[in-house]
Design a protein around this ligand. Structure first.
Ligand SMILES: [Ca+2]
Length: 183
């Protein structure tokens, strides 16, 4: 009986050691992202073919979701659609990766090709709006880069409220570029 107990304890210890060594490592790679453009598909919200343009420069830093935690700047993100304007005032959370399923981001050479972010800002000059974005840089031309952007009105809970803007697609014009953080 003692031997069986010993074997069971050994097995459990081995399994927990394996779990520890194989647990996914969530690591945001520090980088800088610049660019923007026009998204080639109509917005899902609001429907009806509204043109969406965006432009940004921001940095990425590891931190707990959904933040906020300090992220070195400058961090800017602007979105325009249907007479509306979103202006980022604080980047709250970022995560980026080199996704092996996507093409490399070169040029320029960069450590990542895909980024996610959350932030708050002004919608038409009013504080308290929220933005979530998911972008890729798969090199050039920029028309192969992808952008998904959601924006909520000031005060809305992004977990429960319908966004005022939801758009995703490749770029029709412009370019999104990842850079090493020091370039
Ligand atoms: Ca690109």
């Amino acid at each position: 009986m003692k031997r069986i107990l010993f074997l069971m304890v050994t097995l459990l210890l081995t399994m927990s050691a394996l779990l520890l060594t194989t647990a996914p490592v969530l690591a945001c790679i520090p980088a800088r992202w610049t660019g923007g453009g026009t998204i080639d598909t109509a917005a899902i919200i609001p429907a009806g073919g509204v043109k969406v343009t965006h432009g940004f420069e921001f940095h990425t830093t590891e931190g707990p979701f959904p933040g906020p935690y300090p992220i070195p700047g400058p961090n800017n993100f602007e979105v325009n659609w249907g007479g509306n304007h979103f202006h980022l005032t604080q980047l709250s959370w970022t995560d980026d990766v080199m996704n092996p399923l996507l093409p490399l981001p070169d040029p320029p050479t960069a450590p990542v090709n895909e980024v996610y972010g959350l932030g708050v800002g002004q919608l038409n000059g009013v504080d308290g709006a929220t933005i979530y974005f998911h972008l890729t840089d798969v090199g050039e031309p920029g028309k192969n880069d992808f952008a998904h952007i959601e924006i909520w009105v000031p005060g809305a809970n992004r977990n429960t409220a319908t966004p005022i803007l939801l758009v995703e697609g490749n770029l029709k014009s412009g370019n999104q570029q990842a850079h090493p953080t020091n370039k």
